[in-house]
Design a protein around this ligand. Structure first.
Ligand code: PEP
Ligand code: MN
Length: 337
């Protein structure tokens, strides 16, 4: 919740409000807005339902619920674009960021070979999951910690930082101890316990849009992470479920400029999971860059026919290299460095 103080509120009045918020466990920040008014920002959700009559405190002019008009990830409070640092890579600074790699880490050879090839092609961040959220409990679930060890080895061989999914709040600390960026997948976008947990650690967070989530719900999920103290969030549009099954999902290209208007966070696109079809990946990736995304994340596999997960959407390394050239041309055309 945001508490706007009167222009002539005294220091003591501000201190009383801050103290009261802290007594509820809120993480409180105090800023002065452009007009010189003191703005008190308290982060605990239960405050929204609290009975405390905040607007009757001396010096308080108005209370703004956090849900509309006062989100930390919203443009209302911060007009400058957020730049998220992932190892040596900056996302959202006006450059094109490309994340590439296999859906899952399957073996050391598979991952290291892919990492080396995508690095040569110009990818800046490696992807590969050690924990997979599969629809069936009997499908390959990932190599777990051993997969993270392999990713860390690939990082030291190629210099590429890596992003990996975390699916269980109990694993957040462990995954974050290896990965340069942790990812929340589409199925967990509304898992508030997990969102809070990744918000309590300091590695950047890639937050994929829920497959049936509105843009507002997606942004509120980012707010959960931010509200716990971690402002380093990158949004990823990855397609939503529609009525047409010609592709696995429907890439919501509109969501990219909409999210960029509503938030100051970087927005990327995953054309691989959006389509589930490698023949569509290039067109969707080019469209993503053209519409203003800060980057794309693309599945690449050295032998898609043998992939344990998502083979049909994976590009061969040579196809990925070709796509990189095409994306550079689109990026140049839209002024992305
Ligand atoms: C993925 O990127 O590997 C993944 C599982 O994506 P999503 O959560 O978007 O389905
Ligand atoms: Mn996948």
């Amino acid at each position: 919740m945001i508490i706007l103080m009167h222009m002539d509120a005294t220091e003591q009045e501000v201190a009383t409000v801050v103290e009261r918020l802290r007594s509820f466990g809120a993480d409180v920040s105090v800023t002065i807005d452009e007009g010189g008014r003191t703005v008190v920002n308290g982060s605990v959700e239960s405050l929204l339902h609290d009975e405390a009559p905040w607007d009757s405190f001396p010096g308080v002019e108005r209370v703004v619920p956090v849900v509309r008009g006062g989100r930390r990830v919203g443009r209302e409070l911060e007009s400058e674009n957020t730049v998220v640092e992932v190892g040596p890579v900056s996302i959202g600074d006006g450059t094109l960021t490309v994340v590439a790699g296999p859906c899952a880490v399957e073996s050391r050879d598979q991952l290291v070979e892919t990492a080396e090839l995508v690095a040569v092609a110009g990818a800046q961040i490696l992807r590969g999951d050690a924990f997979k959220p599969r629809t069936s409990p009997y499908s390959f679930q990932g190599l777990g910690k051993a997969g993270l060890e392999i990713l860390a080895e690939a990082r030291s061989l190629t210099g590429l930082p890596f992003v990996a999914e975390v699916i269980d709040p109990r694993d957040v600390e462990m995954v974050a101890s290896y990965a340069d960026m942790v990812r929340i997948g589409t199925r967990n976008m509304s898992n508030h316990a997990l969102l809070r947990e990744v918000g309590r650690q300091s590695k950047p967070v890639m937050l994929k849009r829920g497959r049936a989530a509105t843009v507002e719900e997606w942004i509120d999920a980012a707010e959960y992470v931010h509200s716990e103290g971690n402002p380093h969030v990158v949004l990823v549009e990855r397609g939503v479920r529609g009525f047409d099954n010609s592709a696995r999902n429907t890439l919501d290209i509109t969501a990219v400029p909409v999210a960029k208007t509503l938030t100051h966070l970087p927005v990327m696109v995953d054309p691989s999971h959006a389509s589930g079809r490698k023949d569509l990946v290039g067109a969707l990736a080019r469209a993503a860059v053209a519409v203003g995304a800060d980057g794309v994340m693309v599945d690449v596999h050295p032998a898609p026919g043998r992939a344990l997960v998502d083979g049909p959407q994976a590009l061969l390394p040579a196809e990925f290299a070709q796509l990189m050239t095409e994306l550079r041309a689109v990026a140049d055309a839209v002024g992305l460095r």
